[in-house]
Design a protein around this ligand. Sequence first.
Ligand code: MFK
Ligand code: FAD
Length: 514
Amino acid sequence: EEGFQQTPYDVLHPYADDTVLPSLLRRLLPQSAREEIEADLIRCGKRLVEEIRPLSAIVHHPTLVQYDHWGHRVDELHTSEGWRKLEEFGIKEGFVSIAYERKYDALSRVYSSAKILAMTGDCHVVMCPLGMTDGAARIIEVSGTEEMKRELLPRLISRDPSFAYMAGQWMTERPGGSDVSQSETTAIPTTRIPSDLGPPYLLSGFKWFSSAAEGNMAVALGRTSPVSQAPGSRGLSLFVIPLRHGAYPTPLSNGVRMHRLKNKFGTHGVPTAELELENTRGWLIGELGQGVKTVATVLNVTRILSALHLSGSLQRSISIARSYALVRTIDGGKTLLSNAPLHVATLADATLLYRAVTYMAFGTIELLGKSECGAASEEEEMRLRMLTPAVKAYASVRCPTAMEEMMGALGGLGYMEEVGIGRLIRDSLVERIWEGTVNVLALDLVRATKKPRVVESYMAWAQSVISSSAGVMELSAARKTIERLQGLLQNLLRLLSHALTNPLLPRIALNYFA
Ligand code: MFK
Ligand code: FAD
């Protein structure tokens, strides 16, 4: 080949070369635990780069075969080979199990989260089914029957792909996903049989968005009292639905028909289905009429995982842009991008956000770990309740925009699918919607503040953070000034471009319509 050939960039290690995680773990973990955990992260990171990253080419949309050649309804779901391998990898690496093995007690959540963050960039949102599995494990720990704890929990938290179960979460119906009070699915009590793992009900209705459609079970809201008798969502209860378990080897065998797979903007490997339930057997979990309150345990785990999904996707985008800046030259080949102040400022902005989101997420994760081990104080429980919707909403608004900047940092190359930032942006945009839209989470924050003392406790903690980090505050004051200046400059540019183009606009419009 003649002419200029761009040197490919070096591959960075998702943990060892990260700008935030190693120092964060130094703060959070005692040395002995950190040494063991770091060794695992370094090993896993190597696998990610060598074995998992190449799977990207074989992660495709799932397909659904509804009828066989005899005309029988079969509803066979086929996920792509790459997707199946990613799930196997996630299960073996302990995506869900680490937090439940609790080898490091409350800090086990920090361990699993560090691993999840490092894995995110290459795992194509496999944390969707695995994250909901994590939430389902927690709900069974908290509210499950003894039978569920015996039969289902060990599978949900297993590292053995041939034994492990995955779980979905069916809340959203056609009348509303944010407001589930008009849910149409009915749940009618039925006679108990020996294989039941809880009080049995038959559910009939339509579940409009069901990800992890390849899973072995789901937790589903069903109506146990009519709207007229129970206001809001008080008529809804929560059920465990067996899908590929015991007497039900397929969803169809439990009355679950797959109508369609969603044709989505991103999360292409994830099977998200529209499901019709007809006398589907489910087992009550939690109290009757308390379905939303019970399922909130799942939501509060998956929302934190959502924040990790965003910070992990931003991490990967930054890591690509950093590597590129070390090989790409400008100014007639004289200057590396990594030495161009304006470019470095762009990378630094994204890195600052990544650091902020990751610290905020891990502050929340530390509390979740404590809460799960019964070690959180009342104040910490309140703070966890506040930080959970806040970090998910903040990250879902801020991270994708910073990822767009990182795409731009590679110029035209950044727009190429092979680089992967485009896929990360597509996937991360779903976080504005699932597990609560940004505004619904803002309202959830308001809901949390209605409990006594929550605001006072939060403000006292925030005050202590501010006074213990005076240096940081000075720095942030300096940043604010810079941001204001940048804003001013942008406004000036906008004014200038308007001044230049406005007189032309009517002429262009007239010519166009002439
Ligand atoms: C990548 C990482 C992994 C993620 C994978 C995800 C895959 C996709 C999965 C999904 O998208 S699943 C569907 C997710 N759906 C949502 O997140 C629903 C969004 N809507 C809300 O969150 C609404 O706020 C809600 C449905 C909860 C409103 O319901 P209600 O019944 O109108 O709420 P209400 O009456 O205020 O609360 C009922 C009880 O629940 C109250 O308790 P009390 O009865 O004791 O007062 C609330 O305090 C409690 N509650 C509600 N939200 C809570 C909560 N408790 C703790 N934490 C919460 N977040
Ligand atoms: P709506 O609730 O109709 O919201 C529409 C708009 O109204 C939003 O902008 C929202 O912010 C706004 N809004 C709603 N209420 C208020 C309010 N009180 N004040 C101000 N604004 C408000 N659901 C599941 O149950 N299980 C799944 O596995 C699942 N997987 C999904 C996978 C994907 C890829 C996607 C995109 C969605 C998935 N969902 C799943 C559904 C998701 O949880 C819902 O789409 C989401 O909760 C929003 O519900 P909705 O679509 O009915 O929108």
